[in-house]
Write a protein that binds this ligand. Structure first.
Ligand code: ZN
Length: 84
């Protein structure tokens, strides 16, 4: 095991362990793949950059909206906001 695992990866895994999400393309529940993405979001007139996640269908690769991921990205944005 590599010990370079980031905190984000641990957080990500805790959210998505054993989770399936409905994919509109596949028309069934599928496993979700998450990718780290660098987001730029504007909050109170300042632009913040942070590493968040986007979810994709594990079978067809289509982007999937996952509320937990959006919530997590919002938390990461506020973390970035508080750290400045
Ligand atoms: Zn799919």
């Amino acid at each position: 095991m590599c010990d370079c695992e980031s905190e984000w990866e641990k957080r990500e895994r805790s959210i998505f362990m054993n989770n399936t999400v409905f994919c509109a393309e596949c028309r069934k529940d599928v496993k979700v793949i998450t990718k780290e993405v660098l987001f730029k979001r504007t909050l109170k007139d300042n632009e913040y950059t942070f590493t968040g996640f986007e979810a994709y269908c594990g079978e067809c690769g289509s982007p999937i909206y996952v509320p937990e991921i959006e919530d997590n990205n919002l938390k990461l944005l506020y973390d970035a906001y508080r750290n400045l």
